[in-house]
Ligand binder design. Structure first.
Ligand SMILES: O=C(O)COP(=O)(O)O
Ligand SMILES: [Mg+2]
Length: 231
């Protein structure tokens, strides 16, 4: 289906790794430390996609609202900073408790390597933690370039991380695919001029309307279906 593809850019959370339960656990431990009520994990899962600070900010606002502690819009940056520091501590400790590669993820990375296709990860998750998790799951060696939000000026959905990754391989947007699970990835792909392969099992493109809006060139129910599309 695709030809001339030299680089595949992967999103991380919701695409390569199923990290939602550990993220929700760290978020609820943070709320407990702050004396706030916990949230249903499914609610926290919907806050994933724009990076750690946004996840913490949305969690805090939702818990305050649930607790009847006034207007969530009144949340000040210092509150979020404090909660973020607590969250990072908990998440570092629990980031590999339940987090797993999605089915076919390892096979996909190895298959691309064997086919001579470059592999990069472009994520809004903290870069250092992303590396720790991929190493813990045994696939860090299969990823040639990993860009987190601290490695760029503008995170996704800005196209900068995609352009930076393509530069590393001397590749053009037309020679790449972006594989992702969220509207943030869809917007990034559009802005960078790179075709999007949307995974249906992640945290944002899991219903027909969202997928239609994303304008994906291909839809993947399993990551290793990608290998067939590149044959
Ligand atoms: O953790 C997040 O909020 C986003 O991470 P992702 O860009 O890898 O999906
Ligand atoms: Mg994602």
């Amino acid at each position: 289906m695709f030809s001339g593809i030299r680089v595949v850019l992967f999103d991380l959370d919701g695409t390569l790794i199923d990290s939602k339960d550990d993220l929700a656990k760290a978020a609820n431990l943070t709320l407990a430390d702050l004396g706030l009520p916990s949230l249903p994990p499914a609610q926290i899962h919907r806050f994933i996609g724009n990076g750690t600070r946004v996840l913490v900010q949305r969690t805090l606002a939702a818990a305050r609202e649930r607790d009847g502690r006034g207007d969530p819009a009144a949340l000040c940056p210092e509150d979020v900073d404090g909660a973020l520091a607590i969250f990072r501590r908990h998440y570092r400790e629990h980031c590999l408790d339940q987090t797993r590669l999605y089915p076919g993820a390892g096979r996909t990375l190895a298959g691309l390597r064997d086919a001579g296709v470059h592999r990069a990860v472009v994520t809004n998750k903290d870069g250092e933690l992303s590396r720790t998790i991929l190493a813990g799951l045994g696939v860090l060696d299969l990823v040639e370039v990993l860009l987190g939000p601290e490695d760029v000026i503008h995170r996704k959905p800005h196209p900068e991380p995609v352009f930076r990754a393509l530069d590393a391989f001397g590749a053009r947007p037309s020679e790449a695919l972006l594989v992702g699970d969220s509207p943030v990835d869809a917007e990034t792909a559009r802005a960078a001029g790179v075709p999007l392969c949307a995974v249906t099992y992640g945290y944002g493109l899991d219903n027909p309307e969202a997928l239609a809006r994303a304008g994906a060139a291909a839809v993947l129910d399993r990551l290793d279906d990608l290998l067939d599309l590149l044959r």
